[in-house]
Design a protein around this ligand. Structure first.
Ligand code: PRP
Length: 213
């Protein structure tokens, strides 16, 4: 019996680009190209099943074995530290995690720094490395509003093109870490489906090298 490979793709542009790479590697799935409202797509001939999930949930599906493989941003791996194997840097979906604030921001030395973010763990670890006392304000989106409305002194957030910061008169003060998309695998799947998973990894790696090296 064929071993199906289940792949969790992050809904959105990153997932579409990742699927294009998988398709170029021979793992096409015509049903996925006309998705409608469906969430699961399979190509029985290739033994491959894809599903679209919220980007921040990909690692959960993979860690718990609902997916053998997933495509996820390094930000999610750093924030949630899931117990998965990180197999490959796809070198796309590039952005950076940064500290940003209003243009007239001055660090209130001696006071607790108020930091708004979707990434409390990354934030905590970054500032503990600097021995800076902070108060984390955990938001779920539109983080840029926080310093503008006086909710926080700064934000820790993803900066991709910089447009959101620019259009809201904010600027980057410190770069924390560069981010890109990673191929991850469930630990047990990697043991039991190693041949198939390694073939997928090698084909994707070949594409990454042809594109960037
Ligand atoms: C992310 C991030 C920034 C924006 C950065 O938000 O939180 O707000 O993208 O991209 P840019 O540098 O290209 O402008 P997302 O679009 O995920 O929405 P959110 O505000 O709901 O988190």
């Amino acid at each position: 019996m064929k071993n199906w490979i289940h792949i969790a793709l992050p809904k959105g542009r990153l997932g579409e680009k990742a699927y294009a790479m998988l398709k170029n590697s021979g793992y096409d799935c015509p049903a996925l190209e006309d998705p409608g409202r469906k969430l699961i797509f399979e190509n029985p001939e290739k033994g491959i099943r894809y599903f679209w999930v919220k980007p921040s949930d990909v690692a959960i599906y993979v860690e718990r074995g609902a997916a053998d493989l997933g495509i996820v941003g390094k930000d999610i791996l750093l924030e949630y530290q899931p117990d998965v194997y990180e197999l490959l840097d796809l070198r796309m979906g590039k952005c950076r995690m940064a500290v940003a604030g209003k243009k007239d921001f001055r660090d209130p030395v001696g006071q607790t720094l108020k930091v708004a973010t979707k990434f409390p763990n990354i934030t905590r670890s970054y500032y503990s490395g600097k021995c800076r006392d902070i108060d984390i304000i955990h938001l779920n989106g539109s983080i840029e509003l926080a310093p503008i409305l006086g909710l926080s002194h700064v934000i820790v957030d993803i900066v991709e093109t910089g447009t959101t910061l620019r259009e809201n008169d904010l600027m980057v003060y410190e770069e924390i870490v560069p981010i890109s998309a990673r191929l991850i695998a469930n630990i047990a799947s990697y043991q039991f489906k190693d041949t198939q998973i390694n073939t997928i990894r090698e084909r994707l790696q070949g594409q990454v090298e042809r594109k960037y090296d």
